[in-house]
Write a new protein. Structure first.
Lengths: 349, 180
């Protein structure tokens, strides 16, 4: 298929349909509203259901219902709207249901604002709702990846019967790039033995419930499921092997870091980049390649350096780990290089 | 052309976002990497609209342009806002139908003035002022050849089902190439 020019949000919406998604319910909030706008007309063309719900809660809970019926179901939100989805995500986990939920991250705590941000890392990776769970989280860094990750997200969700989150952000959602939408695939909603299909008289009734502790070995079942999901680590390593300092960044920040590595190396400063593609499971495996590294620097659009926790767990206590944060603005190469030099100087003492 | 960054800015309705889309479409059809980032959020009707365009043979990093190579400005506020950021030696395109003749500019940049709004009115295509500006851009930069940019404009509007306007659009574009 030829490349077309689409906004990140539109590419994601079209790719969801290509992946066989035929149910969407959600509520508008900038910077993800183009997903609703696009699906409001396009979903009808492919014979699916688009519902603009009365709230985020209604949106996620309708997704739960559609998932229970075996459909590929999607909802999306941002900022405070994504917080409102958390109860439903927790319920999806408890009910062993696959669904895809997209967070087009925007800046800030509370209401925040509509500009790009990466402040939801903890919420995305630690289980943003109540209870004892993780969800798989994929982090696209381009409009093309917004499209490519939709089918992967649905596949993973169904493989583990577990919700999968996509961590997009306002920059990726709003920007336009050339993109090739993956080929359309059919999804048969009756293909699962666990889904509810309607029950004729005399058939065995099936239940989807959100309490599975009647399961004979519930603890073992859950532990095993998470152990398997933890193997789904995806990442991209850029010149990590001989790097003195390794940048760790995902999404829009990782694009800037890739350029930063190139510029720094031209100046003789050996930087590398680990780009987590799954935020959970965090790609611990990627750090094995960092054999020459003295220090690690996360580059994230938040103040607290949320990803540092995971980097510290991955590399242990013998390394300097710090954070270059930029709020409001997408991080810039000059600032990252200055911070890296400062860290290496400190490390040398 | 390895990598070029362009900011297009003007009043909402002057076609600056369309100009940006025409540029990335031209880039895409040459298999280049392209990126378009609009300003978004709470904008006023009649206020300033702008977009950042990047066209590159290599990967494109940030959607933000700290130091654009080309500024495509269609009104005075656009120059006020972005002239400072233009790369030394960069190209500033000015819509001289609207921007006062006695305005002064940085001395380390190339300023090309085109009466885009007047020309568009003369060829009875008032919405085509942005295409006049694109003609001036093609004639004064090595971004795309003059002929290729014209072809790309024509194919863009054809793809959008607006091919019937192409005759007048091309008229605007060619006057822009001439600069008068």
């Amino acid at each position: 298929m030829a490349k077309v020019l689409l906004k990140g949000n539109e590419a994601l919406a079209e790719a969801a349909l290509a992946a066989g998604c035929r149910f969407y319910s959600g509520y508008p909030i900038t910077p993800q509203t183009e997903i609703l706008e696009y699906l409001s007309w396009r979903m009808d063309e492919v014979g699916g259901e688009f519902i603009q719900a009365e709230s985020e809660l209604a949106g996620i809970n309708m997704v739960l219902g559609a998932a229970a019926a075996g459909a590929r179901a999607l909802t999306t939100s941002s900022g405070p709207g994504f917080s409102l989805k958390q109860e439903g995500i927790s319920y999806l986990v408890a009910a062993d249901l696959p669904a895809v939920i997209v967070d087009v991250m925007r800046i800030g705590t509370g209401l925040g604002d509509i500009a790009q941000g990466q402040g939801d890392y903890w919420q995305l990776t630690r289980g943003g709702g109540h209870g004892d769970y993780h969800t798989l989280v994929l982090a696209p860094a381009s409009v093309q990846e917004n499209a490519d990750m939709m089918a992967e997200a649905f596949d993973l969700a169904e493989k583990y019967r577990h919700p999968v989150l996509i961590a997009s952000d306002a920059a990726i959602g709003q920007m336009i790039e050339a993109v090739e939408i993956p080929a359309f695939v059919e999804h048969n909603i009756d293909k699962f033995d666990w889904s509810i299909k309607g029950c004729k008289k005399g058939c065995e009734q099936k239940k989807i419930q959100n309490v599975y502790y009647t399961h004979p070995d519930y603890e073992g079942y859950l532990a095993d499921k998470y152990r398997q999901m933890e193997e789904e680590q995806r990442y991209e390593n850029i010149q990590v092997e001989d790097a003195e300092l390794v940048l760790v960044a995902y999404g829009i920040s990782s694009r800037v870091c890739r350029e930063t590595v190139e510029i720094a190396r031209a100046e003789g400063l050996k930087l590398g980049l680990i780009r987590p593609i799954t935020l959970w499971p965090f790609p611990v495996k990627a750090f094995k390649e960092a054999k020459a590294a003295k220090a690690f620097l996360t580059v994230e659009m938040n103040i607290l350096g949320q990803m540092m926790d995971d980097v510290k767990l991955a590399v242990g206590s013998n390394y300097l780990v710090d954070h270059y944060g930029s709020i409001f603005e997408i991080p810039e190469t000059d600032g990252i290089i200055a911070k890296a030099k400062e860290m290496l100087k400190k490390e040398g003492k | 052309m390895a990598k070029k960054e362009i900011i297009c800015a003007g009043f909402g309705g002057q076609g600056v976002l369309t100009a940006g889309m025409l540029l990335i479409n031209a880039g895409m059809e040459q298999d280049k990497n392209v990126l378009f980032y609009p300003s978004y959020g709470s904008e006023m009707r009649g206020g300033t609209a702008n977009c950042t365009v990047k066209i590159s043979d290599g990967l494109i990093a940030s959607p933000i342009s700290k130091q654009p190579d080309i500024l495509f400005t269609m009104n005075t506020p656009a120059i006020d806002k972005f002239e400072e950021r233009l790369k030394p030696g960069g190209l500033l395109l000015v819509n001289s139908s609207i921007v006062p003749e006695d305005r002064t500019y940085r001395s380390d940049i190339t300023v090309v003035k085109v009466p885009a709004t007047d020309i568009a009115a003369e060829v009875a295509n008032p919405k085509g002022a942005n295409l006049v500006m694109l003609g001036a851009l093609a004639a004064n930069s090595d971004l795309f050849s003059i002929e290729y940019m014209e072809e790309a404009i024509v194919s863009f509007f054809e793809k959008k089902g607006k091919g019937k306007f192409n005759e007048k659009n091309v008229a605007c574009y060619r006057r822009g190439v001439q600069g008068k």
